[in-house]
Design a protein around this ligand. Sequence first.
Ligand code: NAI
Ligand code: MG
Length: 335
Amino acid sequence: MTYPTLCFISGDGIGKEVIPASAEVLAVLHLPYRVVWAQAGWETFQKTGSALPDETLALVKSSVATLFGATSSPTTGAVKGYRSPILEFRNQLGLYANLRPVQSMPVLASRPNIDMLIVRENMECLYIREERMRDADTAEAIRRITRAGSARIGKLAAELASKRRGKLTIAHKTNVLNLTDGLFRQAVRAAALAVAPDLQIEERLVDALAHDMVLKPEQFDVIVAPNLYGDILSDLASALVGGLGIAPSANVGNGVGVYEPVHGSAPDIEGKGIANPTAAFLTLALLLTDLGHTAEAKHLQQAIRQCLQNGQTTRDLGGSLSTEQFTQAVLQQLE
Ligand code: NAI
Ligand code: MG
């Protein structure tokens, strides 16, 4: 019998530590998948001339989902031919939404009673990367927001909110960006009300929203935001519950999803064996939930929480466990 495949891509830096650890975790859950390993990222670019080789894209497309570690950006600025594989995935696979759940964790660094989901538009806004030098001293960038792009993220955010506490916050800055954010706000609201008329919708200026997210994070349920605001707000939000070492995310769209921890390749700790694999494990749990394995995903989330509660933590959370030791602790909880 041949099982459907899950594509695992370690990528660069600590991706090479936390993704193999996630494969160990997946193995003990005994689910009917075969893991295929593929390459992408900066090192892959240096070896092959492509950050996302065709073989990798083919494996991703033929798999039911992909778990991706992290990619490093070239430190020397723009490098000819290099494009981040993550941006490439988003475009090639139509992954128009980046979902970032933020939940209180049983660690000292986490504030209590936080349970929010940031729904970040993933393909538009400033991330279309249409930048140019107008003259030697003036750089400019196009910020593109479409009605269709805003409506589809609004619809998804509303569907997710109605399965949660029924509250949707739209982040915008229409007092300055009248046209782009005006269109986003209006199209999101219309699409949201069309699928969930009972939803409680609030519209918030993104700066004041950032303020309240730090001061009163308990009040938020689902937050929907254009790409750049969503990127910034979600890193901010992860800091409220323990930081990048525990923050998971899912890139989803109409087809296969690419799931990745929020953190990058962490060159400052790479190769030391001390990276926190929790973000990758919780990302695996998101992937399994989306594939319908909710019981296994919950089991994994609970095992992680139990370890953290026991004080079994890596250094970023004040403990002393290595990546491997924490992984073993989670594996033990799972059994
Ligand atoms: P980063 O997320 O790699 O690291 C930020 C800080 O958090 C570092 O001090 C790091 O040691 C710590 N950290 C992150 N994840 C951790 C974990 N699992 N356990 C313990 N500590 C952890 O962000 P940074 O330093 O801004 O970027 C490093 C490289 O990663 C850059 O080349 C950047 O372009 C890339 N990057 C890639 C992303 C992706 O693949 N989606 C996302 C963000 C950055
Ligand atoms: Mg980010």
